[in-house]
Design a protein around this ligand. Structure first.
Ligand code: HEC
Ligand SMILES: [Cu+2]
Length: 448
């Protein structure tokens, strides 16, 4: 039988759609938030259940719709005088159409209940513990076994089960890394749990996000997950647990840090002033060029070498992991300014800008705040402001100058002198000058 031209046209139209759907399932770069790349047993299990349901559902759909079309066609009205026959019940049919759906439901209940039980079960005792604390609008990650506190970037060793305990500091949030599993809510005054075992290395910078509406910047509450080798993880954790890589005045052995590696932090010397100017200069000479900053050979870089793996190498980040959020119109910064890390350190340590009230920098005894993200190793992160901007000199400067224009509703105040604060609706009279901000940025960039 020749295919009718209309059907052929329909098929031609359907093919690209099907191809697009197939691509969604395979192309990591184009669809980094796809749930079809499974990198944990959690996601595989849910994926298997999903497939069973989709295949069965499709079969039922085709059968029912086919039957419907057949009946519509077969028993259509053929003439004006046609009258439908009256039927009064059919016991066999009624039993069948009750029994078949009941059987189908019982059949899918088995894998469904099994998956619910296995994904809600308690994590194994030797799991890596990670506390996730949701804040409006950023993520705090704590690794109690390693004495690490960081923000917006998760590092997970491959092959080890990780057990998240999920809490919130304020309103409801929800934690989700599509390629790893989830999603699970962060509920006020209640701890939720979620565990899984990442099983693939090199799937760089998996996207995570808040998936429960939580206020003005809900859509700007993202994070990244790096799945690394166990050895890299131990080194990363030891480094994160160590005091600031620059300007720490009382370097102490990181209490309770992983024993195997952590040699470097304890050996970090007090900062040599000779390196200070060099470092400050080289940092600001390359605004917006993180790779160059990473390749820098200052005092901090020497520490980095000793510690081995510190963080995911910036130059290996796939292009799609670097945020392209436009900066607010009218907010500018003189990127030609050369900052000085030592001056930046002094500005922060004398309470300029009030950073001390909100941010922690271990090794800097005045920086003890816990309202904002821990900045001890802020330069080891690839983004700032919960994944909104790349972590480079330009964006750091704009952020410090006017965080509230960079991200609607943030608690961090607008700090640039003469800047308009969109929350207080007033101009900041006594804020930081661009020169001071450049110095602070140079200091922050030394905190690898
Ligand atoms: C009132 C509290 C507060 C003050 C004061 C404050 N910050 Fe913040 N800061 C925050 C909060 C909250 C965030 C997280 C915002 C977000 O991502 O939603 C933040 C984010 C940051 C970030 C981005 C960190 C990251 O990993 O995303 C940097 C850098 C930063 N602040 C530097 C500073 C500096 C430098 C000062 C002082 C000049 C300062 N902050 C003053 C609360 C504050
Ligand atoms: Cu949220």
């Amino acid at each position: 039988m020749p295919v009718p031209p209309r059907l052929r046209r329909l098929t031609t139209a359907a093919l690209p759609v099907l191809a697009a759907v197939a691509l969604t399932a395979c192309n990591n770069a184009a669809y980094p938030n796809s749930i079809f790349h499974n990198h944990t047993e959690f996601n595989r299990e849910v994926g298997t259940l999903f497939k069973i349901l989709i295949y069965l559902g499709t079969a039922v759909f085709i059968f029912v719709e086919g039957l419907l079309l057949y009946v519509l066609f077969r028993y259509r009205r053929r003439s004006e005088s046609d009258r439908p026959e009256h039927v009064h019940g059919n016991t066999t049919l009624e039993i069948l159409w009750t029994a078949i759906p009941a059987l189908i439901l019982a059949f899918i209940a088995v894998p469904t209940v099994r998956t619910i039980f296995s994904t809600q079960a308690k994590a194994r005792g030797d799991a890596l513990q990670v506390e996730v604390i949701g804040h409006q609008w950023w993520w705090e990650f704590r690794y109690p076994q390693y004495k690490v506190t960081t923000a917006d970037e998760l590092y997970l060793p491959v092959g080890r089960t990780v057990n998240f305990s999920l809490k919130t500091q304020d309103v409801l949030h929800s934690f989700w890394v599509p390629q790893l599993g989830g999603k699970r809510d962060l509920i006020t005054n209640h701890t939720n749990f979620l565990w899984f075992t990442p099983d693939s290395i090199g799937v760089a910078a998996l996207n995570g996000m808040c998936v429960e509406y939580c206020g003005a910047s809900h859509a700007n509450m993202r994070f990244k997950t790096f799945t690394v080798t166990p050895a890299e993880f131990e080194q990363w954790a030891a480094h994160q647990a160590s005091p600031a890589a620059y300007g720490a005045i009382a370097p102490a052995a990181p209490a309770g840090a992983a024993p195997a590696t952590g040699a470097a932090p304890a050996a970090t010397p007090a900062v040599a002033t000779a390196d200070t100017t060099k470092r400050g200069a080289s940092v600001s000479a390359a605004p917006g060029a993180p790779a160059q900053v990473a390749a820098d050979t200052g005092a901090a870089a020497a520490t980095v070498q000793q510690a081995g793996y510190v963080s995911y190498p910036r130059e290996k980040l796939p292009a799609w992991t670097i945020p392209k959020t436009p900066t607010p119109a009218g907010l500018t910064f003189n990127t030609a300014l050369v900052g000085n890390a030592d001056r930046g350190l002094k500005l922060l340590s004398t309470g300029q800008g009030g950073c001390v009230g909100c941010h922690m920098i271990a090794g800097n005894p005045v920086m003890m705040g816990v309202i904002g993200p821990n900045l001890t190793h802020v330069a080891s992160r690839t983004t700032i402001a919960a994944g909104l901007y790349p972590n480079d000199a330009k964006h750091l400067a704009l952020w410090i100058k006017n965080a509230r224009m960079m991200k609607p509703g943030v608690i961090m105040p607008t700090l640039g002198k003469g800047q308009y604060d969109p929350v207080t609706k007033a101009v900041v009279p006594m804020g930081l000058t661009d020169e001071q901000i450049a110095d602070i940025v140079a200091y922050l960039q030394a905190l690898k």
